[in-house]
Ligand binder design. Structure first.
Ligand code: PMP
Length: 429
């Protein structure tokens, strides 16, 4: 542990880490680990899709012409293909355009302007509204709240979901209208919500009668292990708990097929789906059904989808292993950081020495390595301990991830050593 080193030992470690840092910087690399984008090789896996549905193949099973307007809810065979992943029968699945984030955004705006089933008034009529935000979390979720003046209340993730005692206490406040949840392989912590957590979220007493769980199951099939993890079906849990309208479920094929040209999904109770479609029907005459047909032709069935996700895993798992190997090799036992070993999803979450996250990012940048800004995983970019960093190893090549991970570990250690030296300097002064 750095804190336990003698002055001479600390000095020696500082000199050797600084030398490692200068060597790394001297390599003149240009690496980007900022965002969880699929790599070109992952996108190539869906190359076959670009030629589909193919010339003259534009009729759905129900003999609708997918080229034309209409079909607001999405074609039945595409809803059927994704029903299992969404945890709802096809009648309660809606297909949007290419981004589930847009569906989340729209549901929040519609709730603000119109209210949701069970609302006495639109949410925006209330003087203040708030959302619970498990942290560390997804910056784009937090950005939606900021955009519309919704107060974000951080709640710590504890490994198998949010701290439920805190959640149960906070939701008693009628100002709390919603909660972000990334229940499987959470971005970035990798948390997988336990059955108990899902049941408690479904059953908890909320002050707001029209409270909603924004259940962003973005990584539902994105396993990094052969076995994968399953979670409890939140829509079933809510129905059983007598809160059938509580959960809005979202997911997409952004990280299954093509990130910019996938399909986004919404699933919920009958009342919520009816509500969603009534709003959506004012916004569009219908979604891109050719893209839905393209996905059905390419993936074929649920087994085809799972087999396709195995190919992603084969590309991604070695990159995640490269990150955790480098952190382990350079940082184990030093007390300079803790990190997750995710079983799925797109991120490794690292807690560096308190107060050093910005310094790590700055050191990395100076050495040609772009990291997500410090604080990004907290609402308003304010990480009170200034220690969480999100690493996104999917996009760069394996060789680049391996090099970047070495660099990150060196920057983390250097920042921790500097902080310890500063602390001791202050004490001595
Ligand atoms: N939710 C989470 C938790 C994500 O990590 C991401 C992508 N980084 C998204 C949603 C975005 O999904 P989409 O591409 O469907 O908008």
């Amino acid at each position: 542990m750095i804190a336990d080193l003698s002055a001479a030992e600390l000095e020696a470690l500082a000199a050797s880490v600084r030398a490692d840092y200068e060597t790394f910087k001297g390599r003149g690399l240009k690496l980007d680990m900022t965002r969880g984008k699929p790599s070109p090789e992952q996108l190539d896996l869906a190359d076959g899709m670009l030629a589909l549905p193919g010339n003259r193949d534009h009729f759905t099973d129900a003999h609708e012409d997918a080229r034309n307007y209409g079909g607001l809810q999405g074609i039945a065979e595409a809803r059927g293909l994704f029903a299992q992943a969404m945890g709802a029968p096809p009648e309660r699945v809606v297909i949007g355009d290419n981004a589930s984030l847009a569906m989340m955004h729209d549901t929040i705006v519609w709730a603000l302007l119109k209210g949701v089933p069970g609302s006495e008034a639109p949410w925006s009529r209330q003087s203040e509204i708030a959302f619970l935000c498990p942290v560390p979390g997804y910056d784009r979720h937090f950005a939606i709240l900021e955009e519309y003046g919704i107060r974000a209340i951080p709640v710590p993730l504890v490994g198998d979901g949010p701290d439920m005692a805190k959640v149960e206490e906070l939701v008693r406040d009628p100002a709390v209208k919603g909660m972000w949840c990334v229940p499987k392989y959470s971005n970035p912590s990798g948390d997988v919500y336990s059955d108990e957590t899902v049941r408690r979220l479904a059953a908890m007493t909320t002050g707001a009668k029209d409270f909603r769980l924004f259940w962003d199951n973005a990584y539902v099939l994105h396993h990094l292990t052969e076995t994968g993890r399953e979670i409890l079906n939140v829509l079933d849990a809510c129905a059983e708990a007598g809160t059938p309208d509580r959960a809005f479920v979202f997911a997409s094929t952004s990280k299954m097929t093509l990130a910019g040209a996938g399909l986004a999904f919404f699933a919920s109770s009958e009342a919520n789906v009816k509500w969603y479609l009534a709003r959506a029907g004012k916004r569009t005459i219908g979604p891109d059904k050719l893209n839905q047909l393209r996905h059905v032709r390419f993936l074929k069935d649920f087994a085809g989808l799972v087999a396709h996700m195995d190919k992603h895993r084969a590309l991604l798992a070695p990159k995640f292993a490269a990150v955790t190997d480098a952190l382990e090799r350079r940082l184990a036992g030093k007390g300079a950081a803790t990190w997750t070993t995710p079983q799925g999803g797109y991120f490794v979450s690292v807690d560096v020495a308190r107060g050093t996250a910005s310094r790590v990012v700055a050191l990395a940048k100076e050495a040609g390595l772009l990291l997500t800004g410090a604080g990004a995983t907290w609402p308003q970019g304010k990480d009170p301990a200034e220690q969480n960093l999100r690493l996104a190893p999917s996009f760069p090549s394996l060789a680049e991830v391996t090099a970047a991970s070495e660099g990150i570990a060196i920057c983390i250690l250097l920042a921790a050593v500097e902080a310890e030296q500063a602390k001791r300097g202050q004490k001595a002064a």
